[in-house]
Design a protein around this ligand. Structure first.
Ligand code: PNS
Length: 165
């Protein structure tokens, strides 16, 4: 496995400015970055995977994130199977709080046992430390303004396209 190739996995339901911050910074650290929309068996989704993928692609393009970035989705099995397929040696996750540490640590340990893959944690820019997809989903579903928390293309989509989902 190649430690210069990394995967940033997540539900991205929807993509937030916090996600974009992690993606931008990870793209500077690695030669090839796979940003991967993954089905989380433990969460009820708001958006279909294809929609999240499209919003993620548009958000990355809109923000002009530089680097060798491949955006994809994975619902065929374990995350580490995808990592193996693309020869990635690293998973990158954002860690906002102790709650995230508690949530992410077991996954990092299990993934290392499954595939000898390392997980690298990036601390968020403080501006995004409180932003989460679940809060965005809640604010959007109750008619609030999510503009401060998500890329413009996502804000527009949630304001218009997602009605009726
Ligand atoms: O954004 P999320 O929901 O916190 O991302 C979690 C995700 C999707 C990365 C995680 O649920 C995952 O890796 N799912 C794929 C299934 C898998 O490989 N499970 C074992 C991981 S320990």
């Amino acid at each position: 496995m190649n430690s210069r190739i990394a995967v940033v996995p997540g539900s991205f339901d929807p993509p937030t400015l916090g996600h974009l911050d992690v993606i931008r910074r990870a793209a500077r650290l690695y030669d090839e970055l796979h940003v991967l929309v993954v089905h989380n068996p433990g969460k009820a989704a708001m958006l279909p995977i294809a929609q999240r993928l499209s919003l993620l692609e548009q958000s990355i393009a809109e923000a002009g994130v530089e680097g060798h970035i491949i955006v994809g989705s994975w619902s065929m099995g374990l995350l580490v199977d995808y990592a193996r397929d693309v020869d990635a040696g690293v998973l990158v996750k954002g860690i906002r709080s102790q709650v995230d540490v508690a949530y992410e640590s077991p996954m990092a340990i299990v993934n290392r046992h499954l595939a000898d893959i390392e997980t690298v944690f990036l601390l968020p820019d403080p501006a995004h430390a409180m932003v989460s997809s679940s809060l965005v989903r809640q604010v959007a579903s109750l008619g609030g303004d999510v503009t401060p928390f998500v890329p413009p293309v996502v804000a527009t989509f949630l304001d218009t396209g997602a009605r009726g989902l």
